[in-house]
Design a binder for this molecule. Structure first.
Ligand code: SF4
Length: 248
């Protein structure tokens, strides 16, 4: 299990590996075989990553990547961004949607980073221990546990498991976690089934899988390498073979 994530999320850990932990070890290997370990465009620099994650919510990859590059083209350092006008930031990021709200968060975060950590904020964040980093990041406006864990996984190299919308959907369909859990609960529970050391490979693999095969409305179960361990996939397959039998 991803012990560090559970500690950060304040969850008591089980002592023994569960069946789901073993299944997800197999799933991780299959996902890596299918997709490799793509970077998803993330940054080693935690400051850039904070804004990348902030811009990525509820929009497409192409648009948030465009917004992020425009933001850093116009404001290359944290002090530039801390002094920026919200309206100018809004014009850089509007393409990703929710321009006004995101721009307010971006400027506020930049001011806090600059005030607390100065121009070398990225380097200072990298020296924090995991609990300090999590506590600091989740105090920033618009940065919840999932976003903080993304920064810690992608930029700081910690073995933590963020549960985004793709990850939650697939784990629900597979039957690893209950359907319809509030996101915060899913973020607390799912890391308990993630094999130690596999957090990033599994997270990235599930995100890719959610974009290519396990689509939100129409999962392509017939082409899925996780079919044999997926509750929804098995159910769908049983229904379609019953339908085929009744037609023939
Ligand atoms: S079998 Fe279907 S529902 Fe299950 S993970 Fe694969 S695509 Fe998603």
């Amino acid at each position: 299990m991803s012990k560090l994530t559970q500690t950060l999320m304040g969850v008591r850990r089980r002592r023994h590996a569960s069946a789901w932990e073993r299944r997800l070890a197999v799933a991780t290997a299959r996902l890596v075989e299918a997709y490799g370990t793509p970077t998803l465009g993330n940054f080693r620099n935690p400051v850039k990553e904070i804004f990348y994650i902030l811009l990525s919510a509820r929009t497409t990859e192409r648009l948030y990547q465009r917004a992020h590059s425009e933001l850093f083209r116009k404001f290359p350092t944290i002090s530039h961004l801390a002094k920026a006008k919200v309206s100018t930031v809004e014009s850089c990021v509007a393409v990703a949607g929710f321009g006004g709200k995101r721009a307010r968060h971006i400027v506020r975060i930049a001011k806090l980073l600059h005030r607390d950590l100065g121009e070398s904020a990225a380097r200072k964040i990298a020296t924090l221990d995991p609990q300090q980093a999590f506590d600091y990041l989740t105090r920033l406006p618009g940065v919840g546990p999932k976003s903080a864990l993304c920064v810690m996984m992608c930029s700081l190299g910690h073995d933590v498991f963020p549960v985004d919308i793709n990850v939650q959907r697939i784990l629900e369909r597979m039957g690893a976690i209950r359907k319809g859990l509030p996101h915060y609960r899913a973020q607390q529970i799912a890391p308990g089934y993630v094999p130690a050391g596999a957090s990033k490979r599994l997270h990235v693999g599930l995100v890719e899988h959610g974009r290519k095969i396990c689509l939100p409305r129409t999962p392509k179960c017939a082409s899925c390498m996780l079919l044999d361990m997926c509750r929804l996939g098995q159910r769908t397959r049983a229904v379609s073979s019953r339908t085929r039998r009744s037609i023939s």
